[in-house]
Design a protein around this ligand. Structure first.
Ligand SMILES: [Zn+2]
Length: 178
């Protein structure tokens, strides 16, 4: 059980590390290309557009209600964005929210999500936050081994008090200590 937990944690940390590296690549690219993904969800009351953008070291997530429609707040938030389309633009000369390089910034234009009429809400954030968040688990996983307590297996952390010569979980033979 302990071994399974450890394996699952390692798998999640590995996925997180892969994500972290993918975000780093995306951020490096964002100074050269403006990656813009959007997804339109049609609801009985109208359409809702979700967008995600990576530009100049910042990221933005936004929910917009198209002009002239009046979906209720709850139906807008219940819409699940599935079919995304990616568009790539050259990075222009506009500063593109430089404040979002070091802090979160909210956007609430038009009527926000409260309608009626056009409105949108969004959040801009520094891309390094996404890198940092995805780096936490891998860092924790990598420093884990150093924090092994005496009496525990150095490889898997199993309690070796009953079997000090060999770990029954992973087979590791602990170094002799006298
Ligand atoms: Zn072990």
């Amino acid at each position: 059980m302990k071994r399974l937990r450890r394996w699952v944690f390692t798998a999640i940390a590995g996925t997180s590390l892969a994500l972290c590296m993918a975000v780093m690549a995306l951020v490096a690219r964002s100074f050269w290309r403006d990656d813009y993904a959007d997804c339109t969800v049609n609801l009985p009351g109208g359409s809702v557009v979700y967008t995600a953008e990576s530009l100049r070291g910042t990221m933005e997530l936004r929910v917009a209600i198209l002009p002239g429609v009046n979906p209720s707040r709850s139906s807008a938030l219940a819409a699940i964005p599935i079919r995304w389309r990616l568009r790539v633009f050259p990075v222009g000369n506009d500063p593109a929210y430089p404040q979002a390089l070091w802090r979160f910034a909210g956007e609430n234009a038009g009527n926000g999500l409260r309608g009626p009429g056009p409105g949108r809400v969004g959040i801009f954030f520094p891309a390094w936050v996404a890198i940092l968040v995805n780096a936490l688990l891998p860092i924790w996983r990598l420093t884990w081994r150093k924090a092994i307590k005496p009496g525990l297996c150095a490889k898997c952390g199993y309690d070796l008090r009953a079997t000090p010569d060999r770990c029954p979980e992973c087979g590791t033979v602990p170094p002799k200590t006298n």
